[in-house]
Design a protein around this ligand. Sequence first.
Ligand SMILES: *Cc1c(COP(=O)(O)O)cnc(C)c1O
Length: 455
Amino acid sequence: MEFFASPDQPDPQFESFLEDACKELSNWFATTNSRAPLPLVKKLPNAFPGKEGLPCSKLLADVRLLMEGSYQPSHPGALAHLDPPPITASIVGELIAAGLNNNLLAEELSPSVTKIERTLCKWFTKKLGMPETGGGVTASGGSLANLMALLVARSKANLQCNQKAFVLVSSEAHVSISRAISVMGLPPDAVCNIPTDHNGCLSLPLLKEEYINQKSQDKTCFAVIATAGTTIRGAIDPLCEISDFCKQEGLWFHIDAAIGGVFALSSSTSKFVDGISMANSVVVNPQKILGISKTSSLLLVSQIDDLYNCFSTGFPYIEPSSGKDFQGGEIGLQGTRSAEILKLWLGLRQLGQDGIRLLLEESIMRRQYFYEKLDSHKFNIISGPFHLIAFSPKYIDSAEAKMWSIATKERLLKSNFMLSRPTYKTTWFLKAVMGNPHTKFSHLDFLADAINKSI
Ligand SMILES: *Cc1c(COP(=O)(O)O)cnc(C)c1O
């Protein structure tokens, strides 16, 4: 068996391996409904290489075994997390990216793909309403993108070595914020968690109060972080008001829009994230709702120079880029990066503006439909304008809610519906994410009925 595709002629072995792999994948999709969203892992293939290499047929048999134990995002009952099924063009983008094996570190290792990445990031900043000076870079996930944004904010404020530097953020922000602060060598109390209101949104008066309180202790703020779409209920912090506050105080305004950012791409949903244009930095995760296969995350900034000034170290061993644009490896933390932008580029091109709008609107419609079906006399339902919804029985204590959440989740799994079980403000919830296009209203009828009968 040849390990590398022939550089001289069409390679029948290469083609048939890819075709057979494609058939396996297609068959996995086609048999989705005969499996559960979360299958039991009965048998695993060998993890390590034997002395002799294996032929394609054996490799694919192992892949089949692996697939049997894989989480199935395209199952209509897969509603637990922000992990939708991938759209076809993004799968092709992943395959081509692997084949090209270009490196976004530098233009000489990825001449065309680097340009696509720059142009597409620019397009995103434009859609978000950010200034002409803006741009961005892909990152392997929103956690890394958030870390990079905070590094840039801190370096802009010249507080790299200052242990009294802090950020202001909602108490419902994603865990990646406190992790980033810890990676940055700051003490835990450098994250000032601002309480949220009854809608799960950061409270502006309390933000201002805490800012003054921290300053009175000789501390210096280097960023205010708003969340556009919290992970449990999809709440959106008051972006315009926070932006005004940041302008007034001369503070960096970062928006973690890992969930909400893509809603800015469609004119029918962009109103939800009004104010996003005012951010100094924004994190957007197309992997979370648009069906771009993992990972697909972007860090967008209002001044591309800020990324360069924070991360560039010089590249003694790399040719400079052709124009005035920065090398990929000089505007982020990562060195070698895959051509993952291809998934996003091809995926968005396949969807078109109409497809993007449809995915977003239908996700919201499913959430609205489900909301209406849930018995609001029995449940405390929390949900913002996006496609996330969580609920917990009224009139029971936290211990009872925990038991209810475990028992109900298990019962639903037996009917092939997978929800998640977050804790939120001292009690237990079940959460559904309606980003799965295979979930029909009939599924939601069944699901709501089962939940309404659970208590
Ligand atoms: C998922 C998420 C992140 C982290 O993104 P990863 O790609 O999982 O690292 C950050 N912020 C919010 C609001 C998220 O929902």
